[in-house]
Structure formats: structure tokens, C-alpha cells
Design a protein around this ligand. Structure first.
Ligand code: AMP
Length: 194
């Protein structure tokens, strides 16, 4: 069955210091699965990435994992994904992830997450795609980044219009719904798993 929407989620390959991060990664995966969606992600089993994928699968969602050969062992590739693509390079991974998604969402994570989020944001600014991009500012995790970005506007290196290209929210379900709707799609009616 064709998924109602496909969302590419970037997040930490580590679980983070607070249990709230894992709880929210689980809630995001559950929401995607329960609303007939497909998760596209980096294909790893570690940290928030694995928690997110497992929760999507458990809730009946499709999971497309895309991982470079060099990371199959390091990130512990998730072989239970609905589709697992092992690709040659990081560039190929990111291109495939971007192609398969209707929208992008970054959860808390480290530099890999930042790099992926900034890439799809800059691609959006350049007009390479017009898919919505969201940043989940869970428990204030991204407050320092948001302050820094606002300061780059004040310092004249970025315009307000660039900030307006991303959606920054603290509520995961509200942000997911907004991203899916901004992509011109609708989440399926909630399906309870038994
Ligand atoms: P991290 O947020 O650092 O835990 O990394 C999250 C994910 O981003 C992992 O799947 C990493 O493989 C991936 N990643 C790390 N470096 C890069 C990079 N330069 N470009 C794209 N993804 C990366």
C-alpha cells in the first residue's frame, strides 16, 4: 500500500542524556506508523535512530533505511527495516533520503544531524526542492542554535525570509502534522495497533 506521506527524520546516533529524547523519538515513530506514513532515515540501529525506526515498525509504518557501506557495522545497520538500502557513499545516502521524502524533520542529535538539517535547509533556500523542513526544539535542546541563527539575522548574514523557510516547534505531533500538511498531504486516520 502506498504510504499517506513519507517523512525523512534526522536524529542522533546516540540516545542523549535525558530519557525525554528517547521518549520523543518513540512518539515520533509511533505517530508516523499510526497515521499510515513512511519513515526515511539513516538506517542505523543505534541511539535515537534505532528507537525511532523500531517505534515506526511497531506501529505498522514502513521504514526505509539508507546507510553507506562504511557505516553498516559502525552504526549497526537495522536489518528489520521494510527496505534497507546499502549505498556506496554518504552523498548517495543523503540524495536518496532527500528524494524519497515529502518533508524533513530534525530531532535532537549531534553533528551528523546538524549537517543533514542544514543541507536540506540550504537546498530549500536555493530552490533545489520545495519540501517543508522542521526542527524539533525538544525541551529547549536547540535554544542555543535558534539564538545563534537569530543573531546571524541581526548581524546581516541571513534574512528573515531564510528563517521563515523552516518550522521550529517544541511539540512533536503538532510539528509532524504541520509538515505533512505543508507538503500538501494528509495523515491517514489514526490506526490503533492491537
Ligand atoms: P549524529 O547526529 O552525529 O549522531 O549523526 C546522526 C546521523 O548522521 C548518523 O547516521 C551519521 O552517520 C550521520 N552523519 C554523520 N556525518 C554526516 C555527514 N557528514 N553527512 C551526513 N550525515 C552524516
Amino acid at each position: 500500500m502506498t504510504p499517506a506521506f513519507s517523512v525523512c527524520v534526522y536524529c542522533g546516533s546516540k540516545p542523549g542524556a535525558s530519557p525525554e529524547f528517547a521518549r520523543t523519538a518513540r512518539a515520533v515513530g509511533r505517530w508516523i506508523g499510526e497515521h499510515g506514513g513512511q519513515l526515511v532515515y539513516g538506517g542505523g540501529k543505534n541511539g535515537l535512530m534505532g528507537i525511532l525506526a523500531d517505534a515506526t515498525l511497531d506501529a505498522g509504518g514502513r521504514v526505509v533505511g539508507i546507510i553507506p557501506t562504511a557505516l553498516v557495522e559502525k552504526e549497526w545497520a537495522h536489518h528489520e527495516c521494510t527496505e534497507l538500502h546499502v549505498v556506496e557513499t554518504m552523498h548517495e545516502r543523503k540524495r536518496l533520503m532527500a528524494e524519497q521524502a515529502d518533508a524533513f524533520l530534525a530531532l535532537p542529535g549531534g553533528i551528523g544531524t546538524f549537517e543533514e538539517f542544514f543541507e536540506v535547509w540550504t537546498w530549500r533556500q536555493l530552490g533545489y526542492h520545495d519540501k517543508p523542513v522542521g526542527l524539533l526544539n525538544l525541551a529547549g535542546y536547540y535554544d542555543p542554535l535558534v539564538s545563534f541563527l537569530q543573531s546571524t539575522v541581526r548581524q546581516g548574514f541571513m534574512g528573515d525570509w531564510q528563517m521563515d523557510l523552516i518550522r521550529i516547534e517544541s511539540d512533536p505531533e503538532g510539528l509532524l502534522r504541520e509538515l505533512v500538511q505543508a507538503a500538501g498531504l494528509a495523515p491517514a486516520a489514526r490506526v490503533e495497533q492491537i
